[in-house]
Structures are given as structure tokens and as C-alpha cells.
Write a protein that binds this ligand. Structure first.
Ligand SMILES: NC(=O)c1ccc[n+]([C@@H]2O[C@H](COP(=O)([O-])OP(=O)(O)OC[C@H]3O[C@@H](n4cnc5c(N)ncnc54)[C@H](O)[C@@H]3O)[C@@H](O)[C@H]2O)c1
Ligand SMILES: [Zn+2]
Ligand SMILES: [Zn+2]
Length: 346
């Protein structure tokens, strides 16, 4: 089968690989229909994720059809259409029983990281009963791909942790796929204002179409001041960090109002200053989270009911044998205006 393989920092190739085989009775083999590329795949390629070894097939998102199941898989059968969760979970360990699948003792973020992933014609999924979600035939397949990672991430780490309430003023820093997924799902709770912050004018324009009420371009380094102006000096009830750099977390510290929440989504690679000398008296809450994908079944219902249309995030489509071009386009998002790219594996 064809697969996109990480061959060490800066190196990737479309290679011919053997079909995956069942390794445990709880495994399933899934024939991939559609997959996508995540910003995290670019981090791996830069060498930022040392736990991902050379030779790994990348990809942790996608939908497919069950090809084969292990003897202990009870809820799935050959031919079922399924959503592949970016988080693998056994469903039985202490953390899984708390709904914290991201910290499953036997799972967590495995796909395209510690085991071969979805940017291939077939993928092996451990603990298939809990790590796959059955999809109805009628589902919009491209919308469903957005459920593997970005929608639960935006919703769980941003919206739920941020405790967004009706009437709140919310700022989302970063209008990438994750920030935009947060924007879509924040609207379940009817906040009064959603201020979207980015440096990319195209992404801000997309955010406006997706329901942002105010836009702030951060290119001049004065985003925090502008947000304070927009809120009459009060700041925001919920500041959501969806970039992953010190400057944007500190922006959240500068704009959160008394009693507010800073919900961090971004993956941080360097230390960030926490200004407790200013914040100690402000009754604020700071949250962090690795996506658990525990809300995926709920989010699937909102897609089936057409309450959100995440397929609008898709800007480009490629066949699997053109995945190197897809990486090129996705990696130059500022020029190509790429948000999510769909890779068709069938
Ligand atoms: N917590 C989790 O479980 C989890 C899961 C998935 C992704 N993530 C992380 O979420 C973050 C966002 O992911 P993404 O795929 O949307 O990334 P992305 O790189 O596509 O988007 C980030 C956006 O931030 C903007 N930006 C950069 N610097 C800025 C600044 N100084 N001010 C304002 N905007 C700025 C960029 O223009 C870009 O549009 C990443 O750090 C990613 O690793 C976290
Ligand atoms: Zn991802
Ligand atoms: Zn577990």
C-alpha cells in the first residue's frame, strides 16, 4: 500500500509499505477513505516531536471502512463506515474511566506518532471498539474528518475549559483550524462577542464568515491594547490561546477580566512567563488540556443535525498519490490560503 512516511527531521516520502496486520484481538484494520494533514505533522517533520521515530507513517485523522476485526472487537464489523479518533483509548484504565482518554495508560496520542498513522491506504487501530466511532452512511464525509481532532480539540480545550456562557465576551487568539473550530463550537453557548485575533488577514476574513463579531490583526504587536479598547477597558471573560507561543499566552494574561478564564489550547515548546504579580488578586482560572475526544459522539450529532458545518474549513483536495503536493500547499498556508486539506485515499 501507499503511505506517507516520516524519515527523520526534514525528510518525508510517499512509500510502498506492507498492509498492516492485526496485532491484538482488540485491533481493527481500517481501509482509509479520507484523511488530512495537521499542523502537528509539520511539527514532527521539523523534528519537534522526538517521540516520533523515523520510519513512522504519519497522520492521526480520517475516516474509513472496517476491513478486518480482531476476535475481541464486538461493536464493529467488516464494512462499517467509521471515524478514526486522533486519541486511542482502551476504555478500561483509570484515566479512561474518568473520560480522560488522552491519558489512557495503553493509548493516548498513538496514531502517526508512536504507531503508524492514517496517511496511508490502510491503518491498524488498537482498541477499535473505543477508538473508532461508527458513522451513518448519510454523513458528510469531509465534515466527519474534522471530528478526528480539530473539533473536539477546539470544543474541549477551548470552549468547555473556558466555561463560555451566554452573554460572555470571548477572545480566541489564533485563527488556524483549531481557533476556527473553537469559534464554531463556542457559538453553541451564544456568547455576546467573539473577538478573533490573528496576523493573517485571510484567516480573519474566514473567521468573520464563521461568526466572529470583531477582528483584531496582531501584526503590529498591539492586539492586547486593541482588545481592551474594544471592551471599554474591561477585558474578556474568556481568553482562548490557540497558537502555542509565549506572546499569545501573555496576551491572554493581559486581556482576561477579573473572574475570567484563560483556556490554553496551544502546544508550547518554550517556557512562558506567568505574571502572578498582576493576576493573583484577579479571581481568574487557567486551564490546560490535551484533547480527550470524549465529546466526539456529541459533536457528530451536531454535524448530522447541520448545527455546524465544519466542511467549510476545507480549502484543498488531493489524491493520496499527490500527498507531497498537499504537504507543500498546507505548509505554505499564508500564500495558499490553506486551512484543512482533504486527502482522498480511495
Ligand atoms: N491541546 C491539544 O490537545 C491540541 C490539539 C491539537 C492542536 N493543538 C495546538 O493548537 C494550536 C493551533 O493549531 P492550528 O492547527 O490551528 O495551528 P496554525 O499554526 O494553523 O494556526 C495558528 C494561527 O496563529 C496565528 N498566529 C501566529 N502568531 C500569532 C500572534 N502573535 N498573534 C496572533 N495570531 C498569531 C497564525 O497566523 C495562525 O493562523 C497549535 O499550537 C497546535 O499544536 C493542541
Ligand atoms: Zn492534529
Ligand atoms: Zn485507557
Amino acid at each position: 500500500m501507499k503511505a506517507l512516511v516520516y524519515n527523520g527531521p526534514g525528510k518525508k516520502a510517499l512509500e510502498e509499505r506492507p498492509m498492516p496486520a492485526l496485532q491484538a484481538p482488540t485491533d481493527a484494520i481500517v481501509k482509509v477513505i479520507k484523511t488530512t494533514i495537521c499542523g502537528t505533522d509539520l511539527h514532527i517533520l521539523k523534528g519537534d516531536v522526538p517521540t516520533c521515530e523515523a520510519g513512522r507513517i504519519l497522520g492521526h485523522e480520517g475516516i474509513g471502512v472496517v476491513e478486518q476485526i480482531g476476535l475481541a472487537v464486538t461493536d464493529l464489523k467488516k464494512g462499517d463506515k467509521v471515524l478514526i479518533s486522533c486519541i486511542t483509548s482502551c476504555g478500561k484504565c483509570e484515566n479512561c474511566k474518568k473520560g480522560m482518554y488522552s491519558h489512557c495508560s495503553h493509548g493516548g496520542w498513538l496514531l502517526g506518532h508512536r504507531i503508524d498513522g492514517t496517511q496511508a491506504e490502510y491503518v491498524r487501530i488498537p482498541y477499535a471498539d473505543t477508538s473508532l466511532h461508527k458513522l451513518p452512511e448519510s454523513v458528510d464525509e469531509e465534515a466527519a474528518v474534522m471530528l478526528s481532532d480539530i473539533l473536539p480539540t477546539g470544543y474541549e480545550c477551548g470552549v468547555l475549559n473556558g466555561k463560555i456562557k451566554p452573554g460572555d465576551t470571548v477572545a480566541i487568539i489564533g485563527a488556524g483550524p483549531i481557533g476556527l473550530a473553537t469559534l464554531l463550537t463556542a457559538q453553541f453557548y451564544t456568547p455576546a462577542e467573539i473577538i478573533m485575533v490573528d496576523m493573517d488577514a485571510n484567516r480573519l476574513e474566514v473567521a468573520q464568515k464563521f461568526g466572529a463579531t470583531k477582528l483584531v490583526n496582531a501584526t503590529d504587536g498591539k492586539a492586547a491594547e486593541k482588545i481592551l479598547e474594544l471592551t471599554d477597558g474591561r477585558g474578556v471573560d474568556v481568553a482562548i490561546e490557540a497558537v502555542g507561543i509565549p506572546a499569545t499566552f501573555i496576551m491572554c494574561e493581559d486581556i482576561v477580566t477579573a473572574g475570567g478564564v484563560i483556556a490554553n489550547i496551544g502546544v508550547h515548546g518554550t517556557k512562558v512567563d506567568l505574571h502572578l504579580e498582576d493576576l493573583w488578586s484577579q479571581n481568574i482560572t487557567i486551564t490546560t488540556r490535551l484533547v480527550d475526544t470524549v465529546t466526539t459522539p456529541m459533536l457528530l450529532k451536531t454535524i448530522l443535525a447541520k448545527k455546524i458545518a465544519p466542511e467549510k474549513l476545507i480549502t484543498h483536495r488531493f489524491a493520496l498519490d499527490k500527498i507531497l503536493v498537499a504537504y507543500e500547499v498546507f505548509g505554505k498556508a499564508a500564500e495558499t490560503k490553506a486551512l484543512k486539506v482533504i486527502i482522498n485515499a480511495l
